[in-house]
Design a protein around this ligand. Sequence first.
Ligand code: TRP
Ligand code: SF4
Length: 327
Amino acid sequence: MDRVLSGMRPTGNLHLGNLYGALNNWIKLQNEDYETFYFVADLHALTTDFTHSTHLREETMNMAIDWFSFGLNPEKSTIFIQSKIKEHAELFTILSMITPISWLERNPSYKDGVSQIGEKTAGNLGFLGYPVLMTADIVMYKARYVPVGADQLPHLELAREIVRRFNYLTKKDVLLEPQALLSTAPKILGIDGRKMSKSYGNAIYLSDSEEETREKIKVMFTDPQRLRRNDPGRPSICGVFYLHQIFSGKQEVREIEEGCRNASIGCVDCKNILIKNINEKLRPYREKREIWKKRKEDILSIFEEGTKKAHRESEKTMEEVREAVFG
Ligand code: TRP
Ligand code: SF4
């Protein structure tokens, strides 16, 4: 069976963007004919959050509550914590010996990072080497497919190049070249019209109450040209409409699209329909959240079990890697 692997940095409570950009895709693959490995990328979190590193355990727990409430299943997937498996650090070191710095500096995420978070953090060796650690994560488990968002594609491309170089230099085909699996969900905008992101403070969380969800959607940005009730709107640029495409039925979506374009439906009504649909869809999961919130001990044992299983695989790969490198 082909293996699928993906990781998420421990960011605490997940929002709708995380659910539709990643988690749902993980769960779908888990329920198909793959062996799935999913992990908390806590070492990756250190590349930008070193000053908040003591929160990472709690953030991991909060993220895991969402994972399990929404259907990630430890009986089907191997679920583990990156930093508990020391081989990730070892393989990162080895791969870093064959990765030209120029490849890393060319990476668009690195360039964006430098301009966004500034030289101070982005100037770290760890930040520059982010995709090398990611490569180690993937090839450690010989994963063929890696479900990720479009922002991660340059990292995947680098991973493939590093693998080819490793196999060429060692003349052994130890490492498997991974392929990205892109999520097909429409993009999810936050309440301010920018991409939904925890750091922008514009997110709707799976853990939000129905009331909080309502208040957020009420103030959500719509088509800025639709100032009056009878101005026609443009659903194609409206974050509320994107959410309808996910949470509302096909027929309803068609009516809203029409109604917005010919101004027969107002933004307030449009939003009220969305609020109702989101809250209805999330209600059963939010109820499960309340149960998982009380099962922290169980979550810790899931991680422990998964980490043991993953460790057996990482040992195997590292034996082959050490053999290929040191003979
Ligand atoms: N960089 C990924 C993200 O921010 C997280 C990640 C770390 C990852 N290692 C990985 C994803 C390996 C896929 C495979 O979303
Ligand atoms: Fe957006 Fe709905 Fe208003 Fe159209 S009617 S602009 S889709 S909120």
